[in-house]
Design a protein around this ligand. Structure first.
Ligand SMILES: [Zn+2]
Length: 288
């Protein structure tokens, strides 16, 4: 039995989410991991997909899993489908206005505003002089420590940082930006940092606006639920080659309905943090 987040929804929004969910379930039907569970839900073949009336009704048949299991046994989870991989998404500018941004190690579309680099190209920042840097949070933290320690010098960034968290950050995917890391980034870069939490396929699940009062949920990309223990579960509405239903995020948090100070009505994930029990588990695993 799961407790679900509740929020107001528009009819069009619900229909669009259901259509996306049906496509993901159609892929999941073809995987050894989800096939048997979906069969119990009365879904065997593609033609059964039209029967799905509610996302929650189907999800209750799915046992939550750790993403580590996906990584260890990808063949169980991968769908043998022909659909082309979707193009990388556009970068979402947290303040709404485009900024010349250097993006490190993230699947984001390049444009005249956005240039992509690999982690060992950090030196490129000296001549690129971007207004903003977007990178996985552990990488930003590493760079900040190098600068603070005097091992690296970088030109100032004038606008902001975007810290990618979530499933993009292997192997530290079960993380959000901690308060002391935000302080370190502020101390070194002297610009605001905006967190963007990514799902398994690099699509945004939640993002921080200028108000920085939690992460705005991207409802067309993910379904979030909460277990009785308080853990947030993520179902992707976009990942077809690797369908993901109810993956454990190892995070706890609450969903607050709108409106936000920024004027947007979408619900926000607030007070996201790692589950203490998971930290203990991780420490045990590391101790080996
Ligand atoms: Zn907002």
């Amino acid at each position: 039995m799961m407790i679900r987040f509740r929020w107001q929804r528009g009819a069009g929004d619900t229909a669009r989410r259901l259509a996306r969910f049906r496509r993901v379930v159609d892929s999941a039907l073809q995987t050894p991991r989800y096939g048997p569970s979906l069969e119990r839900a009365g879904l065997r073949r593609t033609k059964d997909i039209a029967k799905i009336r509610s996302i929650e009704e189907v999800l209750q048949y799915i046992e939550p899993a750790y993403y580590d299991d996906v990584v260890k046994m990808p063949d169980l989870w991968r769908a043998p489908i022909e659909a082309p991989e979707s193009l990388p998404p556009r970068l979402l500018y947290p303040t709404g206005r485009a900024a010349r941004t250097a993006v490190f190690e993230a699947p984001v579309e390049e444009s005249r505003w956005v240039s992509r680099f690999s982690m060992d190209e950090i030196g490129a920042l000296r001549h690129e002089m971007p207004e903003a840097i977007a990178a996985p949070a552990p990488f930003l933290v590493f760079v900040a420590r190098m600068v603070e320690g005097g091992f690296l010098s970088l030109p100032p960034v004038s606008r902001y940082l975007i810290a990618f968290t979530g499933f993009l950050n292997l192997p530290e995917r079960e993380m959000v930006l901690a308060a002391e890391e935000r302080e370190l980034l502020w101390r070194v870069f002297q610009v605001p940092v905006f967190e963007q939490y990514m799902g398994v396929d690099g699509r945004l699940a939640g993002w921080e606006c200028e108000a920085r009062e939690g992460l705005h949920l991207v409802r067309e990309n993910v379904v979030l639920e909460k277990t009785r223990q308080g853990e947030v579960l993520l179902t992707s509405l976009t990942s077809l080659h690797l369908p993901i239903l109810r993956v454990r995020t190892a995070l706890e948090g609450s969903l607050v309905p709108g409106p936000c100070e920024c004027g947007r009505e979408t619900p926000r994930l607030v007070a996201l943090r790692r589950l203490p029990v998971v930290q203990a588990f991780a420490a045990r695993a590391a101790a080996g």
